[in-house]
Design a protein around this ligand. Structure first.
Ligand code: PHE
Length: 344
């Protein structure tokens, strides 16, 4: 028995097994039910009592050695198997992750803001939930002006002197700017506005505006006209013409609506401009002295102009979209068309 134990020790030290299968065969050879070490364990029962201690110790060592050796070979075989596995094919094309794109309203809002930034305007933002004072009163709306009534304005609270409401235009941000910023002021105010309108191809209860305000000494209507002309040419192309029609806003005097020459028919008349050759893009005017006074600016020393446009409307004209509702429906077939339309 002693010799057999020595022999198995030797066999273990020379044992080779390159694959998992060979390792398993080796395990069965030594430690399986009919394995060499298992057989020795059987024989151990009939060993003379005085030798039991010595042989028992040796057998235990042998079993430990066999287990350790097999574990070692197993680890080696595992490593060999994984390094033999075919390497990743690094030339395979990657998975295509579909790219999102910016919403057309965001693209045009950014274009408008970028154009005025180039002219030296800052950007100002303000709250969407506003009070009556900043949306109406400070802008010279007479107390009974129809725009304050429920059909135009979503009220958040009522019953007190200065109710909260969803702003109907971003002119409220201009008031906040006049209240807090030093003169001269040159800002554009992009933002979401809310009006209680029936939703149709041409109207929505939520839309976006960019309004602008310029206040300094000696600002005239000629400055307004030049600023709008330059904007229109940046936005719609260098050939664009503008015209102004007299209009009315409580906060500007005089006031005007601005049309640009139709960039589709080049002024000849088509169904987009309804045969007129002109497209309306914004309202504007010289800031009413009452508005300046309400925000603590002396109208004897300062004058200014303001303008405001709907972003969806500009986007509709730019891309000939015929229904405003497309902008709010999140139809991928519509939105995907603007994936590459990011340049000014
Ligand atoms: N605030 C006006 C509107 O919401 C637009 C406008 C702004 C008109 C500034 C004139 C001057 O329609």
């Amino acid at each position: 028995m002693k010799d057999t134990i020595e022999k198995i020790f030797q066999d273990l030290s020379q044992l080779k097994a390159a694959t998992q299968k060979e390792v398993e065969e080796a395990r069965i050879r030594f430690l399986g039910k009919k394995g060499e070490i298992t057989a020795l364990m059987e024989q151990f029962r009939s060993v003379a009592p005085e030798l039991k201690r010595e042989y028992g110790q040796k057998l235990n060592e042998l079993k430990k050695e066999a287990l350790a050796r097999i574990e070692e070979l197993k680890a080696q075989a595992c490593q060999a198997a994984s390094s033999d596995a075919p390497a990743e094919d690094l030339t395979m094309p990657g998975d295509v992750v579909p790219m999102g794109s910016r919403h057309p309203v965001s693209i045009v809002r950014q274009q408008i803001v970028d154009i005025f930034r180039k002219f030296g305007y800052d950007v100002a933002e303000g709250p969407e939930i506003e009070d009556d004072y900043h949306v109406f009163e400070a802008l010279n709306f007479p107390p009974n002006h129809p725009a304050r009534e429920m059909q135009d304005t979503f009220f958040v609270s009522s019953g007190h002197l200065n109710p909260l409401l969803l702003r109907t235009h971003t002119s409220s941000v201009q008031v906040r700017t006049m209240e807090t910023q030093p003169l001269p002021i040159r800002v554009v105010c992009p933002g979401r506005v809310f009006r209680n309108e029936a939703i149709s191809a041409r109207a929505h209860c939520i839309f976006h505006q960019v309004e602008g305000l310029y206040i300094d000494k000696d600002v005239t209507f000629a400055d307004l006209k030049q600023a709008i002309l330059l904007f229109a040419r940046e936005m719609f192309g260098p050939e664009t013409q503008i015209r102004m029609r007299p209009s009315y806003f409580p906060f500007t005097e005089p006031s005007a609506e601005v049309d640009v020459s139709c960039n589709i028919c080049k002024g000849k008349g088509c169904n987009i401009c309804k045969g007129t050759g002109w497209l309306e893009i914004m309202g504007c005017g010289m800031v009413d002295p009452n508005v300046l006074k309400a925000s603590g600016i002396d109208p004897e020393q300062y004058s200014g102009f303001a303008f405001g446009m709907g972003v969806e409307r500009i986007a509709m004209l730019k891309w000939q979209v015929n229904d405003l509702r497309h902008y709010f429906e999140n139809d991928m077939r519509f939105l995907a068309q603007f994936a590459t339309a990011t340049e000014v």
